[in-house]
Design a protein around this ligand. Structure first.
Ligand code: FES
Ligand SMILES: [Fe+2]
Length: 372
């Protein structure tokens, strides 16, 4: 080994053992995560994404099927995304090994001669199951070094309640660990401070609330209720339709907040997922669908973007504080959903470790009270 190569390898080894850089980044493997929007992969383009610190290369084969491979050639590690895709196989840019895009099986090693015995078809690049739903390419991130489960769940789908509806997507990156992104998403107490605006609510509209929660598999539900009286859009809905509005909000592991609003035959359904990109970066993907005739997509996007920007600006400021590793606290009742999230996550990991059934952190329905 040359001196230069030895130096590089040693430097890499040192980086891996860097103090404070835990090998376990607190991600939940073995779930579906949205990687890119479906519209981003077209033609023979290769697109890169990162999920759970795993670099991926995605594309769509000639039959229109999306695929996701680990963005690393199994020969010498160069990202496959630098290579060439012909609609069927991905060719590495370094020594031209070719891989079938959908199975990641190696189909050719150009340097082999007729004398070589190497079984090309036994070589695989890393690859991940891929499904498209609601305009996203979902990738099933099975934990490194494990086999895929025999029976795979299918990728999540946004619930919709009529044939015709409008749908729109928004996203934003947060410079935080996924846990902070998720507890930010379910936090009821920041609304009057972070989302102050004429169209939503003001700081002065704070009042006491109580909401009923119940356990559901892998998560919890804010039981169907009439929405907050200090949220202008809900009040407007009630006034326009003259009908009672009910909303149900679910949180489900690993990262999903689902909200359903029903007003007679009209409905609004949304899903926000917080996806870990790296341990210090996550992304909110928000999709909403509705059949409310009076809500144009552009108007909803305008409000939605404002909302996400307010959260994003707050998380950027929070990340500044978290850099110094301060002690944090969660209080009752406003932070109880955050406690349930951490409880669910810990119990899931424990059940996977021991192979026993997962315990739910909630014993039954609970009423929480807070002011917001
Ligand atoms: S590194 Fe990809 S073919 Fe050699
Ligand atoms: Fe928020």
């Amino acid at each position: 080994m040359s001196e230069a190569v030895r130096t590089i390898l040693q430097a890499d080894g040192a980086a891996a053992k860097e103090p404070g850089r835990e090998p376990d980044a607190g991600f939940l493997w073995d779930f579906w995560y949205p990687a890119v929007r479906s519209a981003e992969i077209r033609g023979n383009k290769l697109v890169t994404a990162m999920l759970l610190e795993m670099p991926l290369v995605l594309g769509r084969n000639a039959e229109g099927r999306a695929f996701a491979m680990r963005d690393s050639c199994p020969h010498r590690g160069i990202p496959l995304s630098y290579g060439h895709f012909d609609g069927q196989t991905v060719e590495c840019s370094y020594h031209g090994w070719r891989f079938d895009a959908c199975t990641a099986r190696c189909v050719e090693i150009p340097s082999l001669t007729s004398q070589d015995k190497l079984k090309v078809e036994r070589i695989f690049a890393g690859h991940y199951p891929c499904e498209e739903r609601d305009g996203y390419v979902w990738v099933y991130m099975n934990s490194p070094g494990t086999r895929l489960p025999e029976k795979m769940p299918s990728a999540p789908a946004l619930p919709v309640f009529s044939k015709g509806y409008k749908i729109t997507h928004l996203d934003c990156e947060l410079p935080s660990h996924v846990d902070q992104g998720i507890i930010g998403l379910m936090d009821p107490a920041h609304g009057p401070f972070v989302h102050q605006s004429w169209f939503w609510r003001s700081k002065h509209s704070i009042h006491e609330k109580q909401k009923q929660f119940e356990p559901i598999p892998y998560g919890f539900r804010m039981s169907p209720h009439s929405p907050s009286s200090n949220s202008a859009p809900y009040q407007l809905l009630k006034r326009i339709t003259g009908e009672g509005v009910t909303t149900t909000i679910d949180f489900v592991l690993p990262n999903m907040r689902l909200e359903e609003i029903h007003i007679g035959k009209m409905w609004f359904s949304s899903r926000a997922t917080v996806t870990p990109v790296r341990r210090d970066l996550c992304r909110i993907d928000f999709v909403a669908a509705w059949n409310l005739p009076f809500l144009p997509v552009f108007l909803f996007r305008m409000f939605g973007k404002t909302f996400l920007r307010q959260d994003q600006e707050t998380m950027i400021k929070q990340a500044e504080g978290l850099r110094h590793d301060p002690k944090l606290m969660l209080i009752d009742d406003a932070d109880r959903p955050a406690k349930w999230y951490f409880g669910l996550k810990a119990n899931l990991l424990e059940s996977r470790r021991t192979g026993t059934a997962m315990e739910h952190p909630m014993a039954g329905p609970v009423t929480l009270r807070w002011r917001s």
